[in-house]
Design a protein around this ligand. Sequence first.
Ligand SMILES: [Zn+2]
Length: 291
Amino acid sequence: MSPSGDTGPIRRLSVLSTGSVRIRPEHGHRTWRPLPVWLLTSRRWTPPLPINVFVIEHDRGLVLFDTGQDRRSVTDADYYPGGLAGVVYHRLAEFAIGKDETLPARLRSYGYQPDEVSHVVVSHLHQDHMGSVLDVPNAELLVSRTEWELVRRVGAEANGYLRRHIEAAAERWRPFDFQPAGADVAPFGQAMDLFGDGSLVLLPTPGHTPGSISLLVRRPGADPILLVGDLTFDAPHFGPDHLPGIGSLRDLRASTGLVEALRARLPGLAICAAHDPAAAGSFRAAVDAAG
Ligand SMILES: [Zn+2]
């Protein structure tokens, strides 16, 4: 709470995980080995990592940042495409999602009904971020226009875009354009203020994918939080020397630099990633610190 007693429009913040995922170590931490090489030859998996969904109860609605992975991906044999694209998905990640770890089950454990979710913001359109959009049937689905346009590209499925599952919610997707940003989020030059009140501001952070975005969460008198999706898998070591193994190196470096500069201007900024084991703890610490 701020000294004036103003608590702002955000009432409650929570984090949940739709099961867990093991990835190749080279995926979380970039090495000299090119992606096609490690993807097809790596024999190692990381320990299970979270698949985080952030839940924001705002005066204007119930907002999710990402939706996590669909349990059908581990129960339905035809969830993934066949052929080479199917091989890529199976080599890339190994999911474990129990019956009580689905998005609806996890939302209910926090006292929310899935049909109460009014807005979903996806960091990007990979399966473990948009996978459960059908589980929140009343939500508008916000995605950056750059990301949305990748879905229809030739070869999209082999690049991580499960077109059939994305398009299953077709009429609810709302691709948006960024606007010139205010000085309060400098050095970012573009932003999208979700409700126009400064509490939830979307920022372009391309790198992992060309249309990847982050969400800046601000409350009066509390440390700000930046939800970064897959910009990092290891926020405690966030920086240009610890970049993930998937995406444009140039863009990852540029976005990481912008976030570092933002953090220098916003002391106490908590950086929370989708698959970072430290994310839930740092998110809850930032939430609790507000009192
Ligand atoms: Zn991704």
